[in-house]
Design a protein around this ligand. Structure first.
Ligand SMILES: NC(=O)c1ccc[n+]([C@@H]2O[C@H](COP(=O)([O-])OP(=O)(O)OC[C@H]3O[C@@H](n4cnc5c(N)ncnc54)[C@H](O)[C@@H]3O)[C@@H](O)[C@H]2O)c1
Length: 260
């Protein structure tokens, strides 16, 4: 028996096999979950291709988190994709989505135009609440929502407005936890160390993060392995964190707790 036996979970954001979402979907299936994936635009066909590499091929629904119609029809489309009948529910949602235009990252933080910062907030922050709301009609007596962040308590080189969007994501998670706790919907974030995914490669100077982790994370850190992050995400989706919400769990090899 796996820790997600019988659970139905939406995992957003599978783009390549390096995606944090891919390792999460794989482990969720290995732990007994029925998984549905989502992505959008050109990433949709990549996601459909990668879905075949999971232990069981997962259905894929289209979801651009900036598309109002995609959001308003999501619950019905998930119901179809998962074959949910009367009394069936969605038990978990993984928000593994982030994007900021190149103009919003790198140096020159104060010069960035609102439209670029706004895109980062729309896709990476507001979407956490919008996705949760879109899935709400499918939740039963309890559910778990998990998102992914990168330490937003400090300012990093080159991360720019993506860092500000992550800080707002961390706040958004707490507000969601506050509002949805009465319905036993837990809302938590995993704060991951740097992993070489497509999103990471789009950050100019990402290697500076990797260099920072070198030698400082007491447990060590492998930036090509998303499994530790995926394992913790699966644990949060399970019934083994029943009284945890509004929490931010560090999965960074212990980096955040060290001075230098
Ligand atoms: N890679 C890291 O070092 C790292 C560290 C901490 C947190 N994270 C976070 O993990 C999450 C997953 O990123 P990843 O590193 O696995 O990279 P990734 O590139 O594999 O995944 C990002 C996903 O976001 C999707 N996406 C972008 N815009 C979207 C939109 N409008 N609608 C729907 N989906 C959209 C992309 O298609 C892609 O699948 C992100 O929130 C990221 O910020 C990553």
């Amino acid at each position: 028996m796996g820790i997600l036996e019988g659970k139905k979970v939406l995992v957003t954001g599978v783009l390549t096999e390096a995606s944090i979402a891919f390792a999460t979907a794989r482990l969720a299936q290995e732990q007994g979950a029925t998984v549905v994936l989502s992505n959008f635009g050109r990433a949709l066909s990549l996601c459909q291709r990668i879905a075949k590499r999971l232990p069981q091929e997962a259905p894929v629904v289209e979801l651009d988190v900036t598309d109002t119609e995609h959001l308003s029809t999501l619950a019905d489309r998930l119901r179809d994709a998962l074959g949910l009948g009367e009394g069936d529910h969605l038990d978990g949602v993984v928000h593994s989505i982030g994007f900021a235009p190149q103009e919003a990252m790198g140096e020159g933080f104060p010069e960035v135009a609102w439209e670029h910062a706004a895109t980062a907030f729309h896709v990476s922050t507001w979407s956490y609440a919008a996705l949760t709301q879109a899935c709400r009609p499918l939740f039963g007596s309890s559910a778990s929502v998990v998102g992914l962040t990168f330490d937003a308590t400090v300012a990093w080189p080159v991360y720019g407005w993506m860092g500000a969007a992550k800080a707002a994501l961390e706040s958004t998670s707490r507000y969601l936890a506050r509002e949805l706790g009465a319905r036993h919907i837990r809302v938590n974030l995993i704060e991951a160390g740097p992993i070489r995914t497509m999103a990471a490669k789009s950050i100019p100077g990402f290697s500076q993060f990797e260099d920072a982790w070198d030698g400082r994370a007491p447990l060590g850190w492998d930036n090509t392995d998303s499994e530790p992050v995926a394992r913790s995400t699966v644990a949060l989706l399970s019934d083994w964190f029943p009284a945890t919400t509004g929490e931010l769990i560090h999965v960074d090899g212990g980096f955040h707790a060290m001075g230098v």
